[in-house]
Design a protein around this ligand. Structure first.
Ligand code: BTN
Length: 330
C-alpha cells in the first residue's frame, strides 16, 4: 500500500523530506503522495508540511500497520511481513503461508484475533487496539528434542525486545511465560511440524502474544494476567515499536541458533521459578494430581530441576509437565 511506503520514508527521516523526493523514491506522482499524506493524517499521524522543505512527522498514534512496523526495521530485512486488522489466529494464517512455501523469517501480525490460541487448547484473549499478536516462521533444522530450547530462547528474545522497546525488565516463569510484578504479560505458543524421515523439525510457527495497552482482563484471568500499561500506571505504549523489536530479536535468534550460550545464561538470570515452592502437574493426564516441591535450578537443556516433598529430585521437561506456584501464579 502506498500509504505504508510513504509512512516508512517520513518516519525514517529525522528532518523534513520533500514531496518531490518521496515521489521520486517511490516512482509515483506528487498527487499520489499528497493523497497518502492526507490518509495518514486522517489516521492520526501529525505531519507538518512546509512549502519549501516538505513533510515532517511530529507525532505518531498507536497504530499497527505494515508501514508503522517496517519503518522501524532495517532496510536489509528481506523476509515478508504480513499485517492484518483481524484474523482468527496469526499462527493459523502463518501455517497456511508456510504450506504455500513462505520462507524462514516470515512474520504475520494482527491487531485483533478472534480465535487466539494458547497452550494446551486454551484461548488467548486478543482484543483490538491493545496487544502485539505475532507469529514468526522459523526452520531450525534441528531434531524435535530441541523444541523446548527454542521456546526458552524465544522467551529471552521477547524479554530483550520489551527492554529495547520500552526499557523495562520482565521475568520468565518456567517454561516461557513472561511476567511483570508476578503477573503474565506474554505467552508463547510454538507449533512445529516434523519431517517424517529425518525426524528434523521442518517448520516451526512461534506465536507470541504480548499484553501491552489493555486496561482490564476478563474476571477468569484477571488474577494472573496484566499488561505493560497496567504495570505502568495506565500509560499507553506504541505497539509498532515493540513489534519491530520482537522481529529484530527473533531475526537475531535465527542467526544465533543453535549455538549461543547467551540464551541459557540470560534465561537463568531472568528466571523467577527457581527457589519457589511449586506444584507440578503431568500434562497428559486429565485432572492429574499435582506434586509439590521446590524448584532448584534450570538445567542446560532448559529442564527444571525440582526437589519434591518426598525427598526425590527430578528434571521436569516442558511439554510433559506444567508448573504452578504453590502460593499463587509464580
Ligand atoms: C499461552 O500462554 O498459552 C500461549 C499464548 C500464545 C498467544 C499467541 S498470540 C499470537 C499467536 N497466535 C495465536 O493464536 N497464539 C499465539
Amino acid at each position: 500500500m502506498l500509504k505504508d511506503e510513504v509512512l516508512k520514508l517520513i518516519c525514517r527521516e529525522n528532518d523534513y523530506i520533500s514531496g518531490e523526493a518521496i515521489s521520486r523514491k517511490l516512482g509515483v506522482s506528487r498527487a499520489a503522495v499528497n493523497t497518502a499524506v492526507k490518509a495518514l493524517r486522517d489516521d492520526g499521524y501529525e505531519i507538518t508540511s512546509s512549502t519549501n522543505k516538505g513533510y515532517l512527522l511530529t507525532n505518531s498514534p498507536d497504530i499497527l500497520s505494515k508501514g508503522s512496523i517496517s519503518a522501524l526495521l532495517p532496510d536489509s530485512r528481506s523476509s515478508e511481513l504480513y499485517y492484518y486488522d483481524s484474523v482468527d489466529s496469526t499462527n493459523t494464517v502463518l501455517k497456511t503461508l508456510a504450506s504455500q512455501g513462505a520462507g524462514s523469517g516470515t512474520v504475520v501480525i494482527a491487531d485483533h484475533q478472534t480465535g487466539g490460541k494458547g497452550r494446551r487448547g486454551r484461548s488467548f484473549v486478543s482484543p483490538s487496539g491493545c496487544g502485539v499478536y505475532l507469529s514468526y516462521l522459523f526452520k531450525p533444522e534441528s531434531g524435535f528434542d530441541k523444541i523446548s530450547d527454542l521456546t526458552s530462547w524465544t522467551a529471552v528474545a521477547v524479554a530483550d525486545a520489551i527492554r529495547n522497546a520500552y526499557g523495562f525488565d520482565s521475568r520468565i516463569k518456567w517454561v516461557n511465560d513472561l511476567l511483570m510484578n508476578k503477573k503474565k504479560i506474554c505467552g508463547i505458543l510454538t507449533e512445529a511440524s516434523v519431517e517424517g524421515e529425518s525426524g528434523y523439525i521442518d517448520t516451526c510457527i512461534i506465536g507470541i502474544g504480548v499484553n501491552v495497552n489493555e486496561s482490564e482482563f476478563p474476571s477468569e484471568i484477571s488474577g494472573i494476567a496484566t499488561s505493560i500499561s497496567i504495570e505502568n500506571g495506565g500509560k499507553k505504549f506504541i505497539r509498532a515499536k515493540l513489534a519491530s523489536e520482537i522481529i529484530k530479536s527473533m531475526d537475531r535468534l535465527s542467526e544465533d541458533w543453535p549455538d549461543s550460550a547467551y540464551y541459557l545464561n540470560r534465561y537463568r538470570e531472568l528466571n523467577i521459578t527457581c527457589g519457589s515452592k511449586i506444584i507440578a502437574y503431568p500434562q497428559k493426564i486429565e485432572n492429574g494430581q499435582g506434586r509439590t516441591g521446590t524448584a532448584i535450578s534450570i538445567n542446560d537443556d532448559f529442564s527444571l530441576r525440582v526437589e519434591f516433598s518426598d525427598g526425590s529430585t527430578e528434571n521436569l521437561k516442558s511439554g510433559e509437565v506444567s508448573v504452578r506456584g504453590l502460593y499463587g501464579y509464580t
